[in-house]
Design a protein. Sequence first.
Length: 234
Amino acid sequence: MSLLPEISNPYVGAFAVGLLYGTVFCTSTCLPYIASYIAGIGADFRKGVIATLIYNMGRVIAYALIGGLVGIFSGVFRFVVSESSFSVFQQYSAYGFGIVTIIIGVSILLKSRSTLHGCNPECNKNLGPKKISTRFDVRAFSLGFSRGLIVCPYLVAILLLYSIPFAAPIDSFVVAVLFGLGTALSPMLLLGGVTGWLLNKAPLFRKWIAIAGGGILVVLGAVTLVNAIIFPIM
């Protein structure tokens, strides 16, 4: 966190730390979830990038919501927001993220199982990607939004250092959004597309890949829930 005091402008500091955090930490922690989801929906490179963008959109909106609430409570209501407050919020957010991940994984498994039988190779080749292009990917957004509600330590530090002393609640909102945008501009965006491109090279195994992706999401969600129960303070 030594980078923070060296940047006097809070907006530049939030975006810069977001870029650093997104490159070093965010990609490694989020990629297993979004990659499994991309496998589950049978996306190609373009659809993988779109799904990752929507996932990141959900995270940025979650950060914006958190920043806005911190600004309102600390600025308007003069409520002291502390790290312990964030810890309690973290625990319940982890529960929510685990449940959402499991639900999405189960929905992918059910859909994959229903289309597994009676579908020839040509059918498997054309399933999945067209679904995303016709509508907004709510599941990718929900996955990103619920993940974003688990406040990362760097965002907590930025809000405690920069946003709470601000007079206007809008400042903490802007700082949180800039941090989120910084994390979104990470290698995860390209890796999401590459994941879809690689998995799309095996159309005959698409349904099995989708089942594997859904199963991994269920496991990841269950692990998140177990960790939240065993380690309540994050």
